[in-house]
Design a binder for this molecule. Structure first.
Ligand code: COA
Length: 331
C-alpha cells in the first residue's frame, strides 16, 4: 500500500486516468488492399490486428482534449484545479501554439503553464517526469499529463514496412501533489546519434520539404535495427528503475509497456520474469500510438479493474531520437 512521506516531503500521485480513440477502425485486411501485406504477416511480426485512425478534420488536440476530460472526471478535478498541462506529442496540430495551449483553451483552464514535449514514442514518460518534478519541487499541485498522437498524418500509406505499425489515440492522467508516495522514480535517456534509424526527415528548418501529395508523410525506419536497440535499452532501463528503488522484480504487480511490437513487450516481460498476465497489452487493438500508447494501456487496465490502488506499476517506452525511459509508481 502507499507509504506516508518522510516529514514535509511532497510526492506526485495519479488521481485519475482517461483515454480516447478515434472511431474509425483500420484492420490488417483493410491494409492488405492498400499495400502488399497480409493479416498473417502483420499479426505474426507485430501482434497488431487493427488500429484507429482519425478522419479528416480530427486532430491531436481533439483526441488529447477528450482523454483529458475523462481523466479529470476520474480524478474529480475541474479546470480551476489545473496548474499545468504537459502534452507528449510528435504530431502537434500546429507548429505553434503548442497542443497543450490548444487543449488548455478548450478546457477553460485559466493562467496555467502549458507546454508540449517531443520525445516521440517516449513522450508520455518524458511528460510525466516533467510533471512529477514540478510537483515535487512545490511549484504546482495538479498537472494534466497527456500523450496524444495522430501518427496516421505522417505515415507514408504506400510504404508497407511502416504503414502497418501505427495508429492514433490519446491517454491522460491527472497527477496531484500528495504526502503519500505515488511516482517513485522516472529515468529518461536519449541517443541522438541513432537519429537516422527512426525519423521523419520532413521538417521546418532542415531543408527537407514535404511534397504536396504527401505532406509530412515520411516516417522512415530501419525496423530490425530499432528492434534490437529497443530490447537492450528497455532491459537496461527496467533494471535501472528497480535498482534505484531497491526493489526486486518479483515485487512488481504490472508492466505497462510502450505498445510498439508484441515481441518487444514479451522480451521485457521475460527480463522481469513476469507472466504475460501481469502485462497490459493493447497493441493488438491500437497498434503503435507513439506517446499515447502507455497512458492508453494504463487507462484500459484501470477502467477494467485489473490495476488496483496500492499496486506497483512499471511503465516503460522507447522511441525515435532514440529516446527511452521508465516510471516506477505506486498506483
Ligand atoms: N508485409 C509483408 N512483408 C513485409 C512487410 C509488410 N507490412 N514489411 C516488411 N516486409 C518484408 C520485408 O520486405 C522483408 O522481406 P525480404 O525478406 O524479402 O527482404 C521481410 O518482410 C522481413 O523484413 P524485416 O524488416 O526483417 O522484418 P522484421 O521481422 O524485422 O519485422 C518490424 C519488421 C518493423 C515489424 C520489426 O522490425 C519491428 O517491429 N521493429 C521495431 C519497430 C518499432 O518498434 N518501431 C517503433 C519504435 S517506437
Amino acid at each position: 500500500m502507499s507509504q506516508p512521506a518522510p516529514h514535509g516531503r511532497i510526492f506526485s500521485r495519479i488521481a485519475g486516468t482517461g483515454s480516447f480513440l478515434p472511431e474509425k477502425v483500420l484492420t490488417n485486411d483493410d491494409l492488405s488492399k492498400m499495400v502488399e501485406t497480409s493479416d498473417e504477416w502483420i499479426r505474426s511480426r507485430t501482434g497488431i490486428q487493427e488500429r484507429r485512425i482519425v478522419v479528416d478534420g480530427e486532430t491531436t488536440a481533439d483526441l488529447g482534449h477528450a482523454a483529458a476530460v475523462r481523466a479529470m472526471e476520474a480524478a474529480g478535478v475541474t479546470a480551476a484545479d489545473i496548474d499545468m498541462i504537459v502534452v507528449g506529442t510528435t504530431t502537434p496540430d500546429l507548429i505553434f501554439p503548442s497542443t497543450a495551449c490548444l487543449i488548455q483553451a478548450r478546457l477553460g483552464v485559466e493562467r496555467c503553464a502549458a507546454l508540449d514535449v517531443n520525445a516521440a514514442c517516449s513522450g508520455f514518460l518524458y511528460a510525466l517526469s516533467v510533471a512529477d518534478k514540478f510537483i515535487r519541487c512545490g511549484d504546482v499541485r495538479t498537472v494534466l499529463v497527456i500523450g496524444a498522437e495522430t501518427l496516421s498524418r505522417i505515415v507514408d500509406w504506400t510504404e508497407r514496412t511502416t504503414c502497418v505499425l501505427f495508429g492514433d489515440g490519446a491517454g491522460a492522467v491527472v497527477l496531484k501533489a500528495d504526502t503519500e508516495t505515488g511516482v517513485l522514480s522516472t529515468h529518461l535517456h536519449a541517443d541522438g546519434s541513432k537519429k537516422d534509424l527512426l525519423w521523419n526527415p520532413v521538417g521546418i528548418s532542415c531543408g527537407f520539404k514535404a511534397d504536396e501529395a504527401n505532406f509530412g508523410a515520411k516516417i522512415t525506419m530501419k525496423g530490425n535495427d530499432v528492434f534490437k536497440y529497443a530490447v537492450k535499452a528497455l532491459d537496461a532501463v527496467v533494471d535501472q528503475a528497480l535498482e534505484a528503488n531497491g526493489l526486486d522484480k518479483h515485487e512488481l504487480d504490472w508492466l505497462i509497456p510502450h505498445q510498439a511490437n508484441l515481441r518487444i513487450i514479451e522480451a521485457t516481460a521475460k527480463r522481469l520474469d513476469m507472466s504475460m498476465e501481469q502485462v497490459v497489452v493493447t497493441v493488438d487493438k491500437h497498434g503503435n500510438t507513439s506517446a499515447a500508447s502507455v497512458p492508453l494501456a494504463l487507462d484500459a487496465a484501470v477502467r477494467d479493474g485489473r490495476i488496483q490502488r496500492g499496486q506497483l506499476l512499471l511503465l516503460e517506452a522507447f522511441g525515435g531520437g532514440f529516446t527511452w525511459g521508465s516510471a516506477l509508481l505506486r498506483y
